[in-house]
Design a protein around this ligand. Structure first.
Ligand code: SF4
Length: 173
């Protein structure tokens, strides 16, 4: 049973980085009384500063790349990042779109992947509970400086700045 995975009550913060909202509907469903995540202590919070777990859905678009990086930095250690759905894992149907900067793990570190388009609420809930069990280990590694560094997104940010400039120039013509 899932109860065996609970080492603490994981508080989650939900972000969409540019998907179709299908994954978001399933994330919200996982948090409703139908699936009753609160029986495991799972609680949705309104700020990354209060979260243990980031639930991220969708491919990373130009417009959110800085924001998702900031949200990651604002979440206190030890934190767990869960990529929800095929878009977050590999861009899926948004692959090669003009406004996409890549899958989530090219922007911030990802610890757990939940495949599906969209994944079922049960799979999302299980990922949160199993992932929460790894938080003490993640903290130990963070304290020893053994966690891999966050991906370098300088090039992506430069590309985004050029893109915004081009859009502004076209709008002023
Ligand atoms: S994985 Fe599927 S449901 Fe989720 S955001 Fe992408 S297209 Fe939408």
């Amino acid at each position: 049973m899932l109860q065996k995975y609970i080492a603490k009550s994981p508080w989650v913060f939900h972000v969409n980085t540019g998907g179709c909202n299908g994954c978001d509907i399933e994330i919200l469903a996982a948090l409703t009384p139908r699936y009753d995540a609160e029986r495991f202590g799972v609680k949705l919070v309104g700020s990354p500063r209060h979260a243990d777990v980031l639930l991220v859905a969708g491919p990373v678009t130009h417009n959110v790349i800085e924001k998702i990086k900031r949200i990651y930095e604002q979440t206190p250690d030890p934190k767990l990042v869960i990529a929800i759905g095929a878009c977050s894992m590999g861009c899926s149907v948004f692959q090669d779109s003009y406004c996409i900067d890549g899958p989530l793990d090219e922007v911030i570190p990802v610890h757990v992947y939940v495949p599906g388009c969209p994944p079922r609420p049960e799979a999302i809930l299980k990922a949160v509970l199993m992932g929460a069990e790894a938080l003490p280990e993640i903290l130990k590694k963070a304290e020893k400086g053994e966690l891999p560094p966050a991906p370098d997104i300088k090039e992506k940010l430069e590309r985004y700045t050029k893109y915004r400039k081009k859009v502004a120039e076209e709008a002023s013509e």
